[in-house]
Design a protein around this ligand. Structure first.
Ligand code: ATP
Ligand code: MG
Length: 170
């Protein structure tokens, strides 16, 4: 289904009131007023809630969480930035593993599944997920998604069919 990703993400932020639990200020910024995307809205909601709840969980309530949307050609980039505990450099390579939790997070509750699921869902939509983090400074998670997630289930077979058809008609 097609939906406006700007309006949709604003709604998620408002309805979940994630920032309000700890008093976070959420700073929403974007260069576009609206952008219609053809993506799985349920998967996207899950990913965003996951990343927002991490940003809130791993930072103090008096800090700001940034939410940024950038439109670039056939892609949309969503960035969620916190001013939290950060991720130790030596553990950064393992963050998307199932059940992995960084050592500086062991006094904060969690199962270590959220990011693994977020990565899985992002890839299901043909996108990529990543992050940049500095210990005790903060973390930015980003997801980049194609605006139009074309179903490419049988590209190989389709190409062969076309070839076959052409040959027959020569
Ligand atoms: P849950 O399954 O409930 O989400 P979790 O938050 O521990 O549990 P993930 O969301 O998968 O699991 O995150 C994995 C680990 O990555 C966390 O335990 C934490 O160590 C680290 N992490 C994730 N997001 C952040 C963040 N914004 N700032 C600092 N560390 C983070
Ligand atoms: Mg989490």
């Amino acid at each position: 289904e097609d939906f406006d990703i700007v309006y949709f993400t604003k709604t998620i932020i408002e309805e979940n009131k994630i920032g309000l639990k700890k008093g976070h200020k959420i700073c929403f910024s974007t260069t576009i007023k609206s952008l219609f995307v053809h993506l799985d809205i349920k998967l996207l909601r899950h990913i965003i809630i996951n990343l927002l709840s991490n940003a809130s969980k791993y930072s103090e309530g008096n800090t700001t969480i940034g939410f940024n949307i950038v439109h670039n050609q056939d892609k949309v980039l969503i960035q969620i930035t916190d001013q939290g505990i950060g991720i130790p450099e030596e553990e950064q390579g393992r963050l998307f593993e199932r059940f992995f939790r960084a050592k500086n997070a062991n006094n904060i509750e969690g199962t270590g599944l959220g990011l693994n699921i977020a990565k899985h869902y992002t890839e299901l939509m043909g996108g990529t997920i990543g992050y940049k983090s500095r210990l005790n400074v903060g973390t930015t998670f980003w997801i980049e998604l194609p605006i139009e997630n074309r179903i490419m289930r049988f590209p190989f077979i389709e190409k062969q069919k076309v070839k076959f058809f052409n040959e027959k008609n020569i």
